[in-house]
Each structure stands twice: as C-alpha cells, then as structure tokens.
Design a protein around this ligand. Sequence first.
Ligand code: DP6
Length: 332
Amino acid sequence: MKVTVQANSNIALTKYWGKRDEKLKTPYNSNTSVTLEGLQTTTTVEFDEKYDKDVFVLDDEEFFSGSGEYDEVSEQLEIIRKKAGLKQHAKVVSKNDFPTAAGFASSASGLAALTFAAAKAAGLKLSVEELSKISRMGSGSASRSLIDGFAIWHKGEQADGEDSFAEQIAPVEHWPEFRLLGCVISKKQKKTKSRAGMAQSVKTSPIFEQWYKTAEKDAMKMVGLIKEKNFDELGKLAQDNCVLMHACAMTTRPSIFYWQPGTLEVIHKVLELQDAGKQIYFTIDGGPQTKVLCLAKDVDEFKKILSELDSVQDIIECKPGYGPRVINEHLF
Ligand code: DP6
C-alpha cells in the first residue's frame, strides 16, 4: 500500500543545539517551536517485496547507500520495520517546496513526513507522542513537526529517551495572526550541517553549559509567553535565545559561522525597526536565512521594507500550521 503524507516544517522559538545521546537524539534542553504552514515536504512510501533494497528519491534526485540522505531514510525505515515486524524494503519519494538543507529545516518536515507515512504504510497505529519520539530519532527537530500549532519538545530525563517528545502548547487557532517571514539570503547548501555542528559544540564550545542551562529556562518562559500571546516578550526572548545559540556555534572549535553578510543586513534592519517601536524580531537556524517574526497586521509593510534590501532574494511567508496529514495524490 502506498501512503502519501504532507508535513510542515517548524521554527524553533527557543532552540535545540546539542544532544545528550547522539543515537537517541535526546536534547540537552527542552525547546519550543511553531509548526509552519508554507514550508512543507510531501512524501510517498510503499513497502513491497519487489524492492530488493530501500529506494530514496528527493526532489527528483536518487540517493544511494553511503550518502547521508539515504542512510538517514533507511535507518528511519528500519525503526518502523522493527516496530511493525516487517521485512520488506520500501520506496520513498519526497519533494520539498523550499530550499533543501539551507536552513529552512527541511530535516524537520522531511523526517516527520517520512515517519508518519512509513508508520501508516506499515500498518502501525501510533499516538502522536509515539510518532514524535520516532521522528525525533530521525532528526531532533522533526519531533516538533508532529504537533499542530505551538509545541514544546521536552528534553526528558530517562536514558532510553521515552520521555523526550513534543507536545502542544497551543493550537493554530490560539494565535492565527502569528507570522514568520523567511528572508532567503542564499539557496546554497550550508557547509556544516546542524547535526555535525552541534556535536562539535557539545565537545568544544566553552559556553556550551551556559547555553543549554539558559535555553532550558528560556523554553519554560516561552511556554507562558505563547499562552499569554505576549508577542513583544516572545520576540525578544526568541531573538536573545537565537543569538546565544549562534554564540555557542561561533565559539565552537573550529568556529561555525552560519551568518552571511546578508543575514546581518536583515538583522540590522529588524533592530532599526524595533528601535522605531515596530513589533518585529528575528531568529536564525543552522543556515544564513534570517527569519522575521511579526504579526499579520504588519506583514505588507515589513515585506516591502525587507524586499528592498540588497541581499534578500525572496521572502517566504508562513503562518502557524498543522501536523502531518495524509493526501490521496501519490508521487509515484
Ligand atoms: C539550529 O533537528 O536538524 O535548527 O537532530 O541532528 O537532525 P538533528 O538536528 P536538527 O537540528 C536543528 C537545529 C536548529 C535549532 C532547532 O530547530 O531547534
């Protein structure tokens, strides 16, 4: 049986940067996010005896055993096969509607879509919590894409990772005016992937401990600010948390600089607008794109201002979105 699923990406409002357990992908600190409509992956999965190995095609390119992309998908399928007691290999075809691996969290929507589709294709009936944990083992941030609206991914305490999953803080309908404007600075794939980058930060950044202890407190504060819909405090906290995460990346040895000159051009414009009393904040993940947080009422004004900056190639507008859903149109 073929199953096709669409899953949205998400943006961390307070970040995940560092794993307690590399294999289980449990984080040092809890972190928070909003699932984003407007950045999605569509994935079709079919388990069948006709496949003598797993097949993986992403954005019309086939990946083979030994490549990071293929191995990640195959390992995720293996988790599902084990749970379902299934022996068959699978064909997986995926499409992103945004630049892959350039800091638009393609791994989050990708692994969430794959996990949801593969579990269903394998006949498993799993709770959102269970699917979040399995998605987490594929890519940490994917655990949050299972959730509608605003989410917290609990760091958990257990060594087996069973208490480390994402949970809803508030649904989409709680804050439909929330907006993210993804400013595309560069479509090139990043040099250091988040996975390798954060592992190196854990080992070598002299501020790693300060980072994750602060980030844990930030996550707890963020839950309250989301519930209260306190946009200005949320924006400031998201911004400060992002800067500390990047300080941790930059102080890693060797240094990891995700920011490009264009990233800073947007940051400075956002700060200038903030000084003028506007409700606008930024956050950045493991890539050069500056993501602007704002409210629906200001979108037209901010889009116009940001699109006039030399380094902004494109602006992707996103609003709070839902978790994965099954669709009937298959990709093969
Ligand atoms: C900077 O979830 O891509 O976007 O768990 O190794 O797959 P792995 O890493 P990934 O890291 C995301 C890091 C981040 C911050 C965040 O989304 O919280």
